[in-house]
Design a protein around this ligand. Structure first.
Ligand code: SAM
Length: 224
């Protein structure tokens, strides 16, 4: 079966299971070729709905997790988005598809931060070959500090497990903005959805999940 047919099949099953509802998110998942964001030797597994290793002990998230987090984030055309945890660049491409590519008249942008330099290069290569590099800026650094140069952000998504919500991310969230982040211990977390409304922070929990740790000044401080 072609990659395109496999992509359509997995998206249809996520719609059937109720994970995917938002037409913009569905269109984005149908558009972004996940096979271009996994290491070459794993291309044939690209549409298995599970995390896959991308090297350096890190993973590209399962497709249903990207679907759920993107639905929770509710990105809109024109949004300025910050992602913490670039990994392969796949989630960033899905976001760019919605905020910048689907409606060229409302050019949003995705800034994405990754702490491992080799993954920064991997993601940049993947985003360039798939045509997303104009809509996504990849930055190497500690994403728990956010990216004050381009703040405030309409949407912030963290794709690594945090012990709590990093304060700089709350500070860099725009009025009316939304932040989605897995919060918990090192083994299991729950998605936390944070809205900033009239300057006040409102929180609600989503599904349980398992992510690699967010390592940094406002994350886990692990010895290597
Ligand atoms: N969103 C990614 C994708 O689409 O492939 C998957 C992200 S992977 C589950 C989590 C990533 O977060 C890893 O690449 C890890 O190196 C990165 N990470 C962990 N702590 C970080 C930090 N403080 N700042 C930036 N990236 C971090």
């Amino acid at each position: 079966m072609s990659f395109e047919a496999q992509r359509r099949r997995v998206v249809e099953s996520l719609i059937f299971m109720g994970y995917l509802r938002n037409p913009r998110v569905i269109k984005a998942l149908l558009a972004v070729p996940r096979e271009e964001f996994v290491p070459d030797h794993l291309r044939s597994y690209a549409y298995m709905d599970s995390p896959l290793p991308v090297g350096y002990g890190q993973t590209i998230s399962a497709i249903h997790m990207v679907a759920i987090m993107t639905e929770e984030l509710n990105p809109e055309p024109g949004d300025l988005v910050l992602e913490v945890g670039t990994g392969s660049g796949y989630q960033a491409a899905v976001l760019a598809e919605i905020v910048a590519k689907q409606d060229p008249s409302r050019r949003g942008h995705v800034y994405t931060i990754e702490r491992i330099p080799e993954l920064v290069e991997f993601a940049k290569r993947n985003l360039t070959k798939t045509g997303y590099s104009d809509y996504v800026t990849v930055i190497q650094g500690d994403g728990t500090l956010g990216y004050s140069e381009k703040a405030p952000f309409n949407k912030i998504i963290v794709t690594a497990a945090a012990p709590s919500v990093p304060q700089p991310l709350l500070d860099q969230l725009a009025e009316g903005g939304r932040l989605v982040i897995p919060v918990g211990d090192l083994y299991v977390q729950r998605l936390l959805i944070v809205d900033k409304i009239n300057g006040k922070i409102h929180k609600r929990f989503g599904i349980e999940c398992v992510f690699v740790p967010l390592i940094g000044e406002y994350g886990w401080r692990l010895e290597h």
